[in-house]
Design a protein around this ligand. Structure first.
Ligand SMILES: *Cc1c(COP(=O)(O)O)cnc(C)c1O
Length: 412
């Protein structure tokens, strides 16, 4: 009898995005004359930079000739890309890494889930709450149900305190999805210290690193002394250069990182991850890696930063205009996400329904990212400039200058 892996039955149904789509479809059916604007998307919308397209065309041409054709690649990734990463992403920030500490992959999502396989089922995981749901689900699939949630609140600026209890694995996401907040140097130092004391490992998801503009915010966890002994860093070209449909990313697994056998013997994580990847992952395509390499040319940097600037202007518009009418917002500065505080008494699904039904604007209810997200709402900067303005203007018109959230006033 083919028995099911019952861990999969412990997953909660992923209602969030399917419910949103369903509600939107229903509204569109009943209101064919209204234009729905989506500020809920967590996907980029601008096309790839011209240098990237050019590099991909060139790589395709190489594939068409016997002399330059490429078959299976090296699982770790091609040197031409790893060298650029070491230089631009790390060396220029004072971090030195070896080539064999960087692993190219086809998106961070798979890595963030896959890395959890290297740890004992009994290990205790800590996740931020609200949180990117894939971390939780990947761990539940592995039978790890003992999850400690670190609550993000307004008081801690959605950057949770250290756990009171012992945990073995910590997922940190900064700049954060969904709250748009960032961990500063001191907070990262505290996490590194905690991890060292607890022999824990930090999975540092910084796929939104390119959005950091605040000079005091570290771009890599390895800017913190000692972090190489306790942290794995995940970066992706998805948000950095609009590769959500191309698929390219990298993970840094320093050789100093150790896990332990029950008897205390140390095992190097770098070699273990390489072994895992060579069995389960077939390398990112040559064409994709050439595309990522092009991001690091001078022209490439200029072009991708143009796109980031475009999204950041959207974020600023959303944040500024909503604050003008009294909303309290988090994020939106070092991040494409704006985390909107809702007035007292309005839950996030009710707010969702109000925006959809009254002004045809879609966002994401905070509770979809965990119960600590209740009372908040995520808006994203990934739509077009025109749509972003139109949506924000509709919200402003709907609420007017009537709310003083600090006093907890109610929206009419
Ligand atoms: C988008 C996203 C990722 C990864 O996306 P990939 O396309 O798989 O690289 C990882 N973490 C968070 C928080 C994200 O929002």
């Amino acid at each position: 009898m083919a028995n099911v892996n019952e861990n999969f039955l412990n997953l909660k149904n992923d209602y969030l995005f399917s419910t949103i789509t369903e509600k939107r479809r229903e509204f569109e059916k009943n209101n064919p004359d209204k234009k729905v604007i989506n500020l809920g998307v967590g996907d980029v919308s601008l096309p790839l930079a011209p240098v990237v397209i050019e590099a991909m065309h060139k790589a395709v041409d190489e594939m068409s000739r016997k002399e330059t054709f490429k078959g299976y690649g090296i699982v770790q990734g091609y040197d031409f890309l790893i060298d650029r990463i070491l230089d631009v992403e790390y060396k220029r920030r004072g971090v030195s890494l070896d080539k064999d500490e960087v692993f190219i992959a086809a998106g961070s999502k798979g890595d963030l889930a896959g890395i959890a396989e290297l740890f004992s089922e009994e290990n205790r995981v800590a996740l931020m709450n609200p949180v990117y749901p894939a971390y939780r689900d990947a761990n539940i699939m592995l039978g790890r149900n003992d999850i400690v949630y670190l609550k993000g609140t307004e008081e801690n600026n959605f950057t949770p305190e250290l756990p009171k209890e012992h945990v073995d694995i910590i997922y940190l996401c900064s700049p954060n999805n969904p709250t748009g907040t960032v961990l500063n140097r001191e907070q990262l130092e505290n996490w590194v210290k905690y991890a060292k004391e607890n022999k824990a490992i930090i999975f540092y998801d910084s796929v939104y690193e390119i959005f950091i503009e605040d000079e005091n915010i570290p771009h890599s966890i390895y800017e913190i002394e000692g972090a190489k002994e306790v942290a794995i860093e995940f970066r992706s070209y998805s948000k950095l250069a609009g590769f959500t449909g191309v698929r390219c990313s990298f993970a840094v697994v320093p050789k100093e990182l150790k896990v332990y056998r029950k008897d205390g013997e140390e095992i190097g994580l770098n070699a273990l991850w390489r072994r895992r990847q060579s069995t389960k992952f077939g390398a990112a395509s040559y064409i994709t890696q050439r595309a990522a390499e092009a991001v690091y040319t001078e022209e490439g940097q200029k072009q991708i930063r143009e796109n980031i600037k475009y999204y950041k202007e959207n974020a600023k518009y959303i944040k500024d205009e909503l604050e003008k009418i009294g909303f309290i917002t988090y994020g939106g500065v070092n991040s494409p996400y704006i985390w909107l505080k809702l007035p007292n008494g309005i839950d996030s699904w009710r707010f969702f329904n109000k925006l959809l039904n009254e002004i045809a604007v879609v966002g994401t209810p905070g509770v979809g990212f965990g119960e600590a997200g209740e009372g908040f709402f995520r808006l994203t900067a990934f739509s077009s400039k025109e749509d972003t303005k139109e949506a924000v203007n509709r919200i402003v018109k709907l609420f007017g200058i009537i709310i003083d959230l600090r006093k907890g006033d109610y929206i009419r």
